[in-house]
Design a protein around this ligand. Structure first.
Ligand code: B12
Length: 215
């Protein structure tokens, strides 16, 4: 059976975590984790957002669906085959005020799948402790996400502060706000704007930004 994003979104809304998990694990038998995240879970959650915006579901329904999605993302991670470490480190976080974090968890998972050591710091992390943590962990890459357009200035400020660190981490920025906005002004030396998980995968595999523009 091929599961569609809409069917999965409806299962999320029933709150049936076991059914959701069974479907996701079944999907992983024939698909990769990035397919699961990009082709199934992301569109399912975008549908939840549309239905919420259209008042077809309540805030409580949306919270329930998010909790089930969060659960299956964590459970799917446990099914990932361990890769040999490549001795590169990534720190993954959302800036202060940003509450959306499911995308960040997927980003973190993709880094791990490619053998990176990852510190997943979650969303809503103020800049000062983020810098303290970066100074201790010394990541090669700091990946950040924003879902809302008005968070882009924060992303820019964080990017500039991280770029000023003496160990020169590469900054990756992504998320719904980034992929839908005109963020050409944010592109600069050492700051890579990544549209989605497919571009991230390409970058992880080749070290190059994807050819196509997306804004
Ligand atoms: C769940 C949810 C919430 C939850 C989040 C909880 C959580 N655990 O994350 C809660 C209830 C907290 C919430 C709050 C709000 N939300 Co909300 N939320 C959503 C919803 C339904 C799903 C988000 C999600 O998980 N999506 C799935 C993930 C996987 O998608 P993603 O984040 O885009 O990530 C993918 C890519 O962007 C990319 N990616 C993401 N980050 C990065 C980073 C890098 C480096 C890379 C390479 C790639 C990458 O990879 C991911 C995988 O494909 C969305 C709908 C939507 N379209 O996303 C609305 C949505 C984003 N929210 C919205 C709004 C308005 C809000 C609030 C302002 C509502 C309010 N009035 O309070 C607040 C703001 C909170 C805040 N301060 O941040 C709007 C934004 C509209 C707009 N014009 O910008 C949306 C689109 C809903 C809608 N249709 O109206 N929300």
């Amino acid at each position: 059976m091929t599961i569609q994003a809409k069917d999965l979104a409806e299962i999320f809304l029933t709150g049936d975590d076991e059914k959701a998990l069974e479907i996701v694990l079944g999907y992983l038998e024939n698909h990769s984790h990035d397919e699961l995240y990009h082709d199934l879970l992301t569109p399912a959650m975008y549908l939840i957002g549309d239905w919420w915006q259209e008042n077809r579901i309540s805030v409580a329904d949306e919270h329930l669906a998010t909790a089930i999605c969060d659960f299956v993302v964590s459970a799917a991670e446990l099914k990932r085959k361990p890769k040999n470490g490549i001795q590169r480190k990534a720190m993954v976080l959302g800036p202060e005020g940003e509450d959306h974090y499911i995308g960040l968890k997927m980003v973190s998972s993709l880094f791990k799948e490619h053998g990176w050591e990852v510190q997943y710091m979650g969303p809503n992390l103020p800049l000062e402790p983020a810098i303290e943590s970066a100074l201790r962990f010394r990541p090669d890459v700091i990946a950040m996400s924003a879902a809302l357009a008005y968070r882009l200035p924060a992303l820019k400020a964080y990017s500039e502060a991280f770029r000023a660190l003496e160990f020169n981490p590469t900054i990756l920025i992504g998320g719904r706000a980034v992929s839908t906005a005109d963020i050409s002004k944010m592109r600069s030396e050492g700051i890579l704007v990544v549209k989605d998980l497919l571009q991230l995968k390409e970058w992880l595999q080749t070290g190059k930004e994807a050819e196509h523009e997306f804004n």
